[in-house]
Every structure is written in C-alpha cells, then in structure tokens.
Write a protein that binds this ligand. Structure first.
Ligand code: HEC
Length: 154
C-alpha cells in the first residue's frame, strides 16, 4: 500500500509547490502599502497641467481643452479651499480666469493664445503656492484663516 500512496502524495505536493510558485510570479500579492492611493485634488492638478503642456507641444487642442476642463473641476472641489482667506479666493479666481482663456483659445484653435494663457495659469500656480507658503510661516503653530486675515490688514 505505502509504495503506491507515496508517489501520488509527492505528486500532489509537487503540483502544489509549482502552482504556488507560478502564482507568485504571475500575480504578486499586494501588501496594503503597495495599493496606490487615489491622488488628492492637489496632486491631480499637476497631471492635468502636464496634459495641457503636452497638448500645446503637439498642437492637440482636444488635449488642451480636456486638461483645462479637468483643472476647472479641481478648482471647484471643496478640498481645493483648504485656505479660507479672501486672497486665496482671489488666486483661485485668477486661476479659473486663466483656464477660461485657455479653453477659449483651444476652441478657436489659436495656439499662441493658448500658450500665453498656459503661461499665465502657471504663474498663478506659483503665486498661489508662494502665498500659501508665506502665510504658513507667519501663522505658526498652525494655519488659522482668521489670524491670517488680520496679518494681511494690520
Ligand atoms: C489658489 C491657490 C492654488 C493654485 C492656483 C494652485 N495651487 Fe497647487 N496647491 C495649493 C495648496 C493650498 C496646496 C496644498 C499645500 C499644502 O498642503 O501645504 C497645493 C499643493 C500642490 C501640489 C502638491 C500636492 C501634494 O500633495 O504633493 C502640487 C503638485 C500642486 N499644488 C500643483 C499645482 C499646479 C501645477 C498648479 C497650476 C496648474 C497649482 N498647483 C495651482 C494651492 C494652489
């Protein structure tokens, strides 16, 4: 009996080992840390802005419009308004106006106007970030909108 059962048992063990091995190489089990997190609205901005640049470089107005539409949606999300000051709202408005210019230029298939609107928009990215950085430094220990307002008007 034993000599008959053993080869079968070994065959089963071998098959299991092979299957486990193949399984690992084909489909590695994902640890929680490896599962990509959904990018935040702040992170998505960069992707959309890059798409616009790609559209400008390739004279692809569809891509420009798509990027501008996505950025507009980002700016309208609640999580965009992490800073609650009039100045931040002003930068946000500038940004939306730049995007309108970009969309108009894309619709008119005017690459020069689109490039110019893109530069304006990029300056607004930099200006708003500069503002957020400066205000954070002046408002230790944490960013407090009411105090920020006072700092600006005193
Ligand atoms: C109206 C203000 C404003 C404008 C305009 C703006 N941003 Fe931001 N951005 C922010 C704020 C606020 C944060 C978050 C800063 C923080 O958490 O300290 C941020 C963060 C970011 C980050 C870091 C995200 C991360 O979590 O790593 C990137 C990248 C970024 N913005 C790209 C852009 C780009 C590209 C543009 C222009 C196309 C842009 N932003 C325009 C306000 C703005």
């Amino acid at each position: 009996m034993k000599p008959l059962i053993r080869p079968t048992a070994w065959a089963v063990v071998l098959a299991a080992v092979l299957l486990a091995g193949f399984g690992r190489t084909e489909d590695p089990p994902k640890k929680p840390a490896e599962v990509p997190k959904a990018p935040t609205v702040m992170q998505r901005k960069l992707t959309h802005a890059q798409r616009i640049l790609e559209g400008l470089a390739l004279n692809d107005f569809n891509k420009i419009k798509k990027g501008a539409d996505e950025l507009t949606l980002c700016a309208e999300e609640a999580s965009w308004r992490v800073v609650d000051t009039p100045k931040y709202a002003l930068f946000s408005n500038d940004f939306l106006r730049n995007l309108d210019g970009l969309k108009k230029a894309a619709k008119a298939k005017n690459i020069d106007a689109a490039a110019l609107a893109y530069v304006d928009m990029t300056l607004t990215c930099v200006k708003c970030h500069q503002y957020v950085r400066d205000e954070k430094m002046g408002a230790a220990p944490e960013l407090m909108p009411l105090r920020l307002n006072r700092v600006g008007t005193e």
